[in-house]
Design a protein around this ligand. Structure first.
Ligand code: SF4
Ligand code: SF4
Length: 375
């Protein structure tokens, strides 16, 4: 069955700005049909890595927050900590990053809560109905505690997933650090002895006997026979001494991400918004960004995150690409293999179709959609 995806472009007449248009779009798409009265409403978004300039402006978050407040809901903006050591790997740094990028209660209209807690270890294990790769997804507690879930994503390229849209914002974005590890890696923990300070803080996180302290060297080590690769220890180390090879095959990575997204939205009201603007070739997790690969397209909203992603990628592929971006540079390289897809051509190691196909298989949504244009 086709899902409805609502769309409006960024063209604005005098006195109606893009945020007003976004409010009209999400109302037309049916956000008011969700009972928000007195409910905690998690708005999952990406606050941008420090130095990146393509993340969504807080003004857009405010437009969604205003709408939820008008419906009697209790909104909060949220994200989980990152697996890699950037400016968002624990709640303190993450909050400072969000504030520095403009996401304050004054600008966004509601608090920011880092869903998986101070060190990214505060998660809930959520069964994945129909899951083939993940039995229990490790999702940030505040995301799961919310009564209503809303995804507000910036649609752009991604070096592994091809593009980052609703499913990536939900699946990867709502995983705790251990949850992100599970999606990215089949491997076991590794401790860098050059970085380890021998504080033993990580020991109490491991329930499997995977960590063994070397008294002589005063360093932590990993017993590769006992380590089950659960990822629990990574959030415990204040010094980024623990790491995992990001070695999951692209197909598994995509399927696990879809299953994580299913775990987040299953069994409760959810709604999804994607803004296709500043379509940089790589994601907002980078400390910089390239020029866009295609022009700004518009805003999309749907109850179906899969249909939403399909509509956004289809709309991008109809655009004429910009010159002098990573996309055109890749296409000039010797041996370039044309995959007839801007996202996969811009990131030759990326692939997204298995994610969409698996999302449909496990019942996350429908790849068939009807586009409803809101003027
Ligand atoms: S990944 Fe899990 S099992 Fe392995 S050392 Fe870390 S906490 Fe222990
Ligand atoms: S918490 Fe980090 S620094 Fe401390 S012992 Fe464990 S790996 Fe080493």
């Amino acid at each position: 069955m086709k899902s409805k995806v609502y769309f409006t472009d960024f063209h604005c007449v005098t006195d109606e700005g893009p945020c007003d248009k976004l409010k009209r779009l999400i109302r037309a798409a049916g956000i008011e049909d969700i009972d928000m009265d007195g409910k905690f409403v998690a708005i999952k978004m990406h606050f941008g890595e420090l130095g990146n300039m393509t993340f969504l402006r807080p003004n857009y978050a405010k437009a969604v927050v205003d709408t939820i407040n008008a419906l009697g809901g209790k909104p909060f903006l949220t994200d989980c900590n990152t697996l890699y050591p950037g400016s968002r790997k624990n709640a303190l740094e993450h909050l400072y990053c969000a504030w520095e990028n403009g996401f304050t209660p004054l600008s966004a209209g509601c608090p920011v809560i880092i869903a998986d807690g101070l060190k990214g270890t505060d998660d809930i294990e959520v069964p994945v109905r129909g899951g083939e790769y993940v039995k229990e997804a490790k999702i940030g507690r505040a995301v799961m505690d919310a009564d209503v879930f809303i995804s507000l994503s910036h649609f752009k390229g991604h070096e592994l997933a091809g593009f980052g849209g609703a499913i990536k914002n939900i699946g990867m974005g709502c995983g705790s650090r251990a949850g992100k590890k599970e999606q990215h890696s089949n491997g076991k923990a590794v401790v860098d002895p050059e970085v380890c300070r021998g504080c033993k803080r990580c020991l109490r996180e491991c329930a499997n006997g995977g960590l063994v302290f070397d008294e002589k060297a005063r360093k932590m080590t990993v017993d590769q026979n006992n380590c089950v690769g659960c990822g629990r220890c990574i959030g415990a180390c204040n010094f980024d001494a623990i790491d995992f090879a990001l070695d999951a095959a692209i197909k598994e990575f995509n399927c696990r991400m879809a299953e994580y997204a299913k775990a987040v939205v299953d069994g409760r009201p959810h709604f999804h918004i994607s803004l296709v603007c500043d379509v940089s070739p790589t994601c907002d997790c980078h400390t910089g960004n390239d020029v866009p690969i295609v022009p700004d397209v518009g805003m999309f909203a749907s109850f179906d995150p899969l249909a939403l992603d399909c509509a956004c990628v289809d709309a991008c592929l109809k655009q004429t690409p910009f010159p002098d971006s990573q996309l055109t540079e890749e296409m000039k390289k010797p041996g370039f293999c044309d995959r007839h897809d801007y996202f996969e051509n811009a990131n030759p190691n990326a692939e997204y179709k298995t994610c969409l196909a698996h999302a449909e298989k496990i019942g996350l949504g429908s790849s068939e959609y009807e586009l409803v244009v809101v003027k």
